[in-house]
Design a protein around this ligand. Sequence first.
Ligand SMILES: [Mg+2]
Length: 190
Amino acid sequence: MKKRILIAEDESIIRMDLKMMLQDHGYEVVGEAGDGDRAVELAFELKPDLVLMDIKMPKINGLQASTIIGQQLDLPVLLITAYSQKEFVEKSKQDNIVGYLVKPISESSLMPAVSVALHQAENAKKLKKSIRTAQDEIQKRKLIEQAKGLLMEKEKLSEQEAYKLLRNQSMSRQLTMELLAQEIISKYAD
Ligand SMILES: [Mg+2]
């Protein structure tokens, strides 16, 4: 599937140029914005894979737009900047800013930057997902431990007996261990 890119750049000639270069390389340009407000609006509406964002734009600037997009949508942004703003960009530590390009932008600088940015974003997404899975797993184990502890205490069971009871009930009632644990915890909570 084609990667979907949103371009935010107030100079229409540059915007068109970027669009053509991206399309020539098989990317889909899903939206074009000429100011920061519109960039945010389109990012919400289109949820692209990547936003190419000029910094100096009317209304809210590209950095402010990137911050909003990062906080609310967690979309990667590749910044476009004039040479004079280079250091400013280097200092910006917004998580979702995956890189920057200095104008004038040539095809040979744009294409690798876009490809790396998309790749990084993909990896970051995977990483976040695996962290979430790990956190869920820890949470689940905590619940099961807690339920087991309650059964041991209230029902005077050994650890093994408590665990066995949990496992048997989970199977016979076709409940996940987690749900069963929650049920037991709330039962003894009253
Ligand atoms: Mg500009």
